[in-house]
Design a protein around this ligand. Structure first.
Ligand SMILES: [Zn+2]
Length: 327
């Protein structure tokens, strides 16, 4: 049975352009599986005659929008959001790592995963690219919860085999075995996708990054997510650890971790050749202004040369999983 809602409407046309209908109509219908799907969306004046028999719920003063897409979020960090620190590295050491160690416990991971998915829904987020912890159980917990709710979730186990305390540090060989097992278990299941997830270059050995790059080549349909160039101390540390790479960003390129479906968070302190590398490899930047302001990291250079692939690259990126395109 069809059902319609009349309200202001934010939608995207066939070319991916945003359209705002101040008086819009959204018409839906349940498919054979019981999933409600959009049949038509547009201005009320245009669509109303065509769907005159469909019951309409009128929501004056409201805006109906597609589900939001969160390009970068850590589900295990919900409880440490807003914890004060003198920058990124002390924040990781004092709050994040001790907290993430608890996710070795599947029951704890399941409890936080349920809360996290509830918060996503409450904020209108239907698709999220999400960091878990280094524990495979944290990935299983999140995907299990997301699957139950029909969420589009892309997530991965953090790879971090050095410069991490006991409890979150993983072991190089096992971390890669675990990553591949999680890819096979979850990638492409319902609306779920896997992301190979080196936490950031300083917490991975060269061998782990190389292994992650090999998996990225072997499984081109999976995503890659990590962090880059967030904080000046972090950049100096990364450069010292990988002196052969041209820049912090280039470390990832040198290990086969820049390609389509790779998404790097922050990208604040970039040079033009870094931006060119992003563009040439079709790698995407995820901008995190609240985190950057809170930790005093700096501002993303929106006005500079584009750090992102051209907008047309995104529909192609999503196209391999048609049922998953947020709509
Ligand atoms: Zn992050």
């Amino acid at each position: 049975m069809q059902q319609a809602w009349r309200a202001a409407l934010l939608r995207f046309d066939a070319h991916g352009q945003a359209v705002h209908d101040s008086d819009g109509l959204l018409v839906t219908q349940r498919d054979a599986a019981g999933v409600r799907r959009v049949v038509a969306a547009g201005s009320h004046a245009t669509l109303a005659p065509q769907f005159a028999q469909v019951p309409v719920t009128h929501l004056p003063g409201r805006l109906i929008a597609p589900g939001f897409v969160d390009m970068h979020v850590h589900y295990p960090q919900l409880d440490v959001i807003g914890s004060p620190a003198d920058g990124l590295l002390p924040w990781l050491e004092h709050y994040t790592f001790p907290h993430e160690a608890r996710f070795a416990d599947p029951a704890h991971a399941a409890e936080v995963a349920a809360f996290f998915c509830g918060e996503l829904a409450r904020h209108g987020v239907t698709t999220a690219l999400t960091f878990c912890t280094s524990h495979p159980a944290s990935v299983d917990a999140l995907f299990t919860e997301a699957q139950t709710r029909g969420l589009r979730l892309i997530a991965g186990k953090c790879l971090q085999d050095r410069h991490s305390p006991d409890g979150v540090r993983d072991e190089t060989g096992q971390s890669l075995i675990d990553t591949e097992a999680l890819i096979k278990k979850w990638h492409g299941v319902d609306r779920l996708g896997y992301a190979i997830t080196p936490r950031f270059a300083p917490t991975s050995t060269e061998a782990q990054l190389r292994g992650a790059g090999a998996l990225a080549a072997q499984y081109p349909a999976v995503w890659i997510q990590s962090h880059v160039a967030e904080n000046v101390d972090e950049i100096a540390w990364a450069r010292a650890l990988f002196p052969d790479s041209r820049s912090y960003l280039a470390i990832y390129a040198d290990h086969g971790l820049m390609r389509r479906r790779a998404v790097y968070a922050h990208c604040i302190h970039f040079h033009d050749d870094d931006r060119a590398l992003m563009r040439d490899t079709h790698t995407a930047a995820a901008v995190c202004p609240t985190s950057n302001l809170f930790l005093g990291s700096g501002f993303f250079d929106f006005a500079g040369p584009s750090a992102c692939p051209s907008p047309t690259a995104w529909p192609a990126t999503w196209a391999a999983a048609p049922a998953s395109r947020p709509s």
